[in-house]
Design a protein around this ligand. Structure first.
Ligand code: PMP
Length: 409
């Protein structure tokens, strides 16, 4: 190929910087998750997955797989078109109504992924607000950053969760200026939570619109799985709530929910919504079944919270550097890209434990980590085995441990 040297060079640079990505070839099987088969270079092996974003195992729940299979057999494999051109299947219409209800909003709009919902949602909303200033949290996800960039308007980044900084920027902008604050509820790499109430208070005081990403929180928090805003009684104070169907709901797709006026405007202006084939009806039907199940059942959420708390406790007591997380996410700090990759490789090859290393640019250089996501199906025994395997790996790689008494406090 004419330009192959450009691509070889780009890949060589990534390898040099220890950022070259290797994907594990996995086969998750219904009824076995979080155990799975890893198709290793030496043949298939049994492993336990510890880093899935199918936080509650809903992707394997019989009501979800059943709805998907039934819809695929009855309505076919694909949507048959964009939303505008014959792709608006009945399950998508029902799904949007269900999502609006989940968040107590007038309307919702489904996209093909959470990534596109943010990119298309934020850019379109900001473009439709004259002379909009976007105020964006410093740790917002890449999809939000791309949305902010594509909006093409002025933007200011406030220090992560720093309300004094946000207020300073709001004050500087003045009450007349149109402003959009974009932030997250659960920040997925540190497992901390955005101060939703304080941001809503500031937004009211300084007349700003609010947009929250609840991707890592929907299905997981709140009495009906509406997210942290539902849990904290703030849902009606946020203008636009964005979420995914691909993590706790276990399927695929993304959405925004808000006032009918916003949703209607985005529907007709967002290129990322308009010019792409709609989600297949079977995917929408599966997501719908998952949301309905998690609205009524707190069993999965409770089991997940219990096992996440247990994993935090057991790993900390073993002296592992568990980061201080307020959520279901259990990050274990390594602080070095090469060692992070080596730890992940060792866990997989020696212990049959799969935890993908998290490296730059997903996290800053020097804060490379293993991001553990316990689920309700991880047994106590699996948690104990995880702690043992991590400890063996930490010692073998000469990684620093934390004093036990300190960790136990
Ligand atoms: N927002 C955040 C905070 C995310 O972490 C992710 C995915 N990792 C997305 C949005 C994108 O969601 P999806 O995977 O549904 O595209």
């Amino acid at each position: 190929m004419t330009y192959s040297h450009f691509f070889d060079k780009a890949v060589a640079r990534l390898k040099d910087e220890r950022r070259y990505r290797v994907f594990a070839d996995l086969e998750r099987q219904v009824g076995r998750f979080p155990a799975a088969t890893w198709h290793s270079p030496n043949g298939p092996r049994d492993v336990v997955i510890w880093c899935s974003n199918d936080y509650l195992g809903m992707g394997h729940h019989p009501s979800v797989t059943g709805a998907m299979a039934e819809a695929a057999i009855r309505m076919g494999a694909g949507a048959g078109g964009t939303r505008n051109i014959s792709g608006t299947s009945h399950p998508i219409v029902e799904l949007e109504q269900e999502l609006a209800d989940l968040h107590g909003k007038q309307a919702a709009l489904v996209f093909t992924s959470g990534y596109i919902s943010n990119q298309a949602g934020i850019s379109t909303i900001a473009k439709l607000i004259p002379d909009c200033l976007i105020l964006s949290d410093a740790l917002n996800h890449n999809s939000m950053i791309e949305g902010v960039r594509q909006a093409g308007c002025e933007r200011q980044i406030f220090r992560h969760n720093d309300m004094a900084h946000l207020e300073e920027l709001l004050k500087l902008a003045g009450p007349e200026r149109n402003k959009l604050i974009v932030f997250e509820s659960v920040y997925s790499m540190d497992g901390d939570i955005g101060p939703i109430k304080a941001i809503c208070d500031l937004a009211e005081r300084y007349r700003a619109m609010t947009y929250i990403d609840e991707v890592h929180a929907v299905g997981m928090y709140g009495p009906r799985g509406g997210g942290v805003a539902e849990r904290d009684g703030q849902m009606d104070r946020i203008d636009v709530i964005e979420g995914t169907l691909g993590k706790a709901f276990g399927v695929m797709g993304g959405y925004i929910a808000g006032d009918a006026a916003v949703i209607d405007a985005v529907r007709s202006h967002a290129a990322g919504f308009i010019f792409t084939t709609a989600l297949p009806p079977a995917v929408a039907a599966a997501a719908l079944a998952s949301i309905r199940h998690l609205k009524a059942s707190a069993t999965e959420r409770a089991g997940q919270q219990r096992q996440a708390a247990r994993a935090k406790r057991v790993l900390s007591l073993a002296g592992l550097p568990v980061m201080d997380s307020q959520t279901h996410i259990v990050p274990v700090m390594v602080g070095d890209a090469e060692k992070c990759k080596a730890a992940s490789d060792r866990l997989l090859e020696r212990h049959g434990i799969y935890i993908q290393p998290i490296n730059y640019p997903t996290v800053p250089i020097g804060t490379e980590r293993l991001r553990v996501t316990p689920g309700p199906a991880h047994t106590d025994r699996m948690i104990d085995d995880l702690a043992g395997a991590l400890l063996e790996t930490w010692i073998a790689l000469d990684l620093p441990l934390v004093a036990r008494q300190e960790a136990a406090e």
